[in-house]
Design a protein. Structure first.
Length: 327
């Protein structure tokens, strides 16, 4: 291990120790949940339900603390804290977990399933449970639940987009996982990975030309102030999970482990249905703020992005998962 790696390991261990020490001062156990989302996001209401229902179901033995707007740091850093044994959790997409278990990456692949009902069948299937077990054993990460639906992602730009050719030369922010960057490149844009919290300033200063995201995140980040167009491509159906430390979960009494997993699944449904209910009003809010929202024929984008599955070795997996989603 080199000097920098040693310093990082020491820092992560220190964070884990401080969080564990903090836990002992209040409830018997404390879980700190980090999310990049704002408190106004419908998904955050699900996290609040998770917090309250865990406290009730555990008779106060387990406390959940919420940290919106990435207060604990970028998702990747929080995942490393969890792997080091810290009592932290993060709402994260499958692309960021694919570095540990490759199959998770397919959850962010283009046009896998439509809406919440279909993708929920995938992330509550026996096949998904096998991936979660691998993640636990091989990466030290525990899936509390993976049914946190944030909506379908669309193109956010300063100019109208009618098809793939209009994206030529457009620098578009996207998360850095291969499935995301591969999708945006196949759609015709130049993928530009950066933290979500930097997108507003990057667009306003022309560091990037646009981004892609779901409507609740657009409103939460006030991107309507720096973009003028949203093109409804629905290219990625964003399903995320609540991920924490496997070592920490395994150290809990069995009944509290059950509480965490059961309440996370229930809260994921609350969050996801809240997202469904909010989409129409969010679209109206963005329109009222001067953003033009355009529906287009997405067939050219579906055709362009079909190669992403084969490029990442997900061809066979796509067919199995789409069959599950269609059941």
């Amino acid at each position: 291990m080199n000097y920098i790696s040693n310093i990082k390991a020491i820092a992560l261990a220190g964070i884990a120790a401080s969080l564990m020490a903090g836990s002992a001062l209040s409830a018997d156990y404390t879980l700190s949940v980090n999310t990049a989302l704002a408190t106004t996001d419908p998904l955050y209401k699900g996290l609040e339900a998770f917090r309250d229902n865990v406290a009730k179901a555990s008779d106060g033995a387990l406390e959940v603390r919420l940290f919106p707007n990435s207060q604990l740091g970028p998702d990747e850093d929080v995942l490393e804290q969890a792997r080091a044994g810290a009592p932290v959790a993060v709402v994260v997409d499958g692309g960021r977990l694919a570095v540990f278990v490759n199959e998770f990456g397919v959850l962010g692949a283009p046009y896998l399933a439509s809406g919440y009902d279909g993708i929920r069948k995938v992330v509550t299937s026996e096949m998904f449970d096998e991936w979660a077990e691998k993640l636990h054993d091989d990466a030290g990460l525990d899936v509390l639940s993976f049914n946190w639906w944030q909506g379908e992602r669309h193109l956010l730009t300063k100019q109208p987009i009618n098809g793939p050719d209009d994206l030529s030369g457009v620098r578009m922010r996207t998360p850095g996982a291969p499935v995301w960057t591969g999708t945006i490149e196949a759609m015709g844009a130049t993928p530009t990975p950066m933290p979500w919290g930097e997108v507003y300033s990057a667009i306003s200063s022309n560091v990037i030309d646009g981004a892609e995201a779901q409507l609740p995140a657009v409103a939460g980040a006030k991107l309507d102030e720096v973009i003028t167009n949203i093109t409804l491509t629905g290219h990625i159906n964003l399903i995320t999970g609540l991920i924490t430390s496997a070592a920490w979960v395994d150290s809990l009494p069995e009944e509290l482990q059950t509480v965490l997993h059961e309440e996370a699944l229930k809260a994921g449904d609350i969050a996801s249905h809240g997202t469904e209910d909010a989409l129409e009003s969010l679209a109206q809010q963005l329109t009222d703020n001067g953003v033009t929202i355009t529906e287009i024929d997405v067939t050219p984008f579906k055709e362009r992005t079909a190669v992403v599955y084969d490029n990442l070795g997900y061809g066979d997996l796509r067919d199995k998962l789409q069959a599950i989603a269609a059941q």
